[in-house]
Design a protein around this ligand. Structure first.
Ligand code: ADP
Ligand code: MG
Length: 270
């Protein structure tokens, strides 16, 4: 058994090497190794693997914070039974991150409340865990950022920053109309990222409705041309999960019923 003074000396060395998890776990691991007569190599492997696991978790947590997700919901908490229109295999394939390695895009399309943002966040969290720099934004906030940068003569700088994440998630394309300048700026970003980094977009509008969303059919076509070239399209159908849950609980209010009727109309139209 190693003495307390020696453990302290080893901990000092670990501190200098910045192996902080190993530093914390060392006394207990040494004790266990002594009791269970664990071999030198098994001991070392255990100590180092705890250190790397902790480091990986730290990096994932850091990337997750930097991604600025609106909430944290995992793919594991997504109930595929509630969403029969969705092929779990397609989402599983996306969750491997291969599409990010290949700089391909993903389009999640469907009416409100069917789980698009949940899926986008779930895939984003997977991307963070796989080690990819990820950023989450909404279309409205992204375009506001670009317009602001343009007004401050810093568009180039901002575009460069937005090209950096390997996965850029742009939620809610189509909820608010985008003016011609906004559409143009979004096109510039999509062009910059083309074949360099993945974009995952969600939209409540079918692709044929994007001409209206971007106020200009030509720009919408140019944006879609680049987005779709290497892409996976996932159509999410069905009724709003929120309303379904409320109905089950018998909590559907009058305004919910109105919302539901409006949503059903939207589904029928798309
Ligand atoms: P959308 O972005 O399509 O409007 P959301 O992703 O915001 O919909 O989903 C609305 C709410 O319902 C969220 O709280 C989400 O977590 C939940 N939700 C939707 N679909 C599912 C599902 N299949 N399993 C679990 N939760 C779901
Ligand atoms: Mg959403």
């Amino acid at each position: 058994m190693s003495g307390a003074a020696q453990i302290e000396r080893i901990q000092e060395l670990l501190q200098r090497l910045r192996l902080m998890k190993a530093l914390i776990e060392l006394p207990q691991l040494l004790q266990e190794a002594g009791k269970k007569e664990i071999s030198y190599s098994d001991f070392l492997e255990e100590l180092l693997s705890r250190e790397t696991t902790a480091k990986k978790e730290r990096h994932t947590a850091m990337r997750t914070t930097m991604a600025r997700f609106p909430f944290q919901k995992s793919l594991e908490s997504f109930d595929f039974k509630q969403q029969p229109s969705l092929d779990p295999k397609a989402i599983r394939e996306l969750s491997t991150g291969r599409f990010i390695a290949d700089s391909e895009n993903v389009l999640l399309l469907g009416p409100p409340g069917v789980g698009k943002t949940h899926l986008a966040v779930g895939l984003g969290l997977k991307a963070c865990a796989l080690g990819y720099r990820t950023a989450f934004t909404t279309a409205a906030s992204l375009i506001a950022t670009l317009v602001k940068a343009q007004n401050e003569n810093r568009l180039e700088e901002r575009l460069k920053l937005l090209v950096q994440p390997r996965l850029l998630i742009v939620d809610e394309i189509g909820y608010l109309p985008i003016d011609r300048n906004g559409a143009n700026l979004f096109f510039q970003l999509v062009s910059r990222r083309y074949e360099r980094g993945s974009i995952l977009v969600t939209s409540n509008q079918s692709l044929s409705g994007w001409g209206e969303v971007f106020g200009d059919r030509l720009i919408a076509t140019a944006i879609l041309d680049r987005l779709l070239h290497h892409s996976t399209i996932v159509n999410v159908k069905g009724e709003s999960y929120r309303l379904k849950e409320k109905r089950k609980a018998g909590l559907l209010t009058r305004s919910d019923a109105v919302a539901e009727a409006v949503l059903a109309e939207g589904v029928a139209r798309t």
